[in-house]
Design a protein around this ligand. Sequence first.
Ligand SMILES: Nc1nc2c(ncn2[C@@H]2O[C@H](COP(=O)(O)OP(=O)(O)OP(=O)(O)O)[C@@H](O)[C@H]2O)c(=O)[nH]1
Length: 298
Amino acid sequence: MEVNKDHKSGFVSVIGRPNVGKSTLINSLIGQKVVIMSDKPQTTRNKIMCVLTLDDAQILFIDTPGIHKPKHKLGEYMLKAAENTLREVDVIFFVVDATEDIGGGERYILELLSLVKTPVILVVNKIDKIEKTKLLPIIQKYSACYEFVGVVPISAMEHTNLDGLIIEVKKYLEPGPQYYPEDMITDQPERLVIAEMIREKVLHATRDEIPHSIAVDIEEITTRANEDLYIRAVVYVERESQKGIVIGAKGQLLKEVGKLARIDIENLLGSKIFLDLWVKVKKDWRNKEGSLRSFGYE
Ligand SMILES: Nc1nc2c(ncn2[C@@H]2O[C@H](COP(=O)(O)OP(=O)(O)OP(=O)(O)O)[C@@H](O)[C@H]2O)c(=O)[nH]1
């Protein structure tokens, strides 16, 4: 294989408070929907790696859970996962919401950042929602707290200045090979991506009625005689009352979730699927180490 000396590659960790738009940013960069998105905080639990292949660089993105002070075991797990990735990567994107003032969440992350030597780019997101004159004061406030190697204002949703962000990040990548084939967008097993797609649909459908106490486990994926895929998935909730909400009157809500999830999964896998969706109660799963492991949050 011919080695191209001008080719660069490296890992980028995307961090920020919940809901600032980390998943939206990665999805906009990669151009395909693989990271769960929700207007509720803390939906990203696993480190999902997405691969952006350009002519002269390959960037491997790691989407970390929204960093926050841990309240229960799952929170501690999420924080540790985020901290570890910060040391391992080549560049950190610290994503902040331009519509909100710098707060305790941001200061907490800045403290974490001061513990590592990795270069940090401040990504000021959601600039579509603010007046131009408001931007500079925000940037100045953040820059007074930390020495960023670069500052890039963007709108992840409207794809504004994503090119600028790519140019900036390339400055901090080392020369290196293309690790993954061009058509690869994520290294996560399909199982996990499918589970995340279903979880996202449940969260959306139940709106404010269910806290983040749901997990999805894919129990079986098999190919049927007619080449269709059979997928059996279980939505775990913490309480009996939540089970009723997720199923809905006459099973209507679960049916709708299944329908929407099936469309996404079929697009992902490129084949027809039969989605067999179940809801089960697993009490207090968030605080049990064993449960966390069995859902893949190690
Ligand atoms: N107006 C506007 N909204 C945005 C932009 N980027 C993200 N959003 C919205 O902000 C909300 C949160 O976005 P996510 O991408 O899920 O945020 P996140 O940081 O990944 O959140 P967690 O997974 O909870 O950590 C969603 O409703 C997005 O549509 C943007 O550039 N402009």
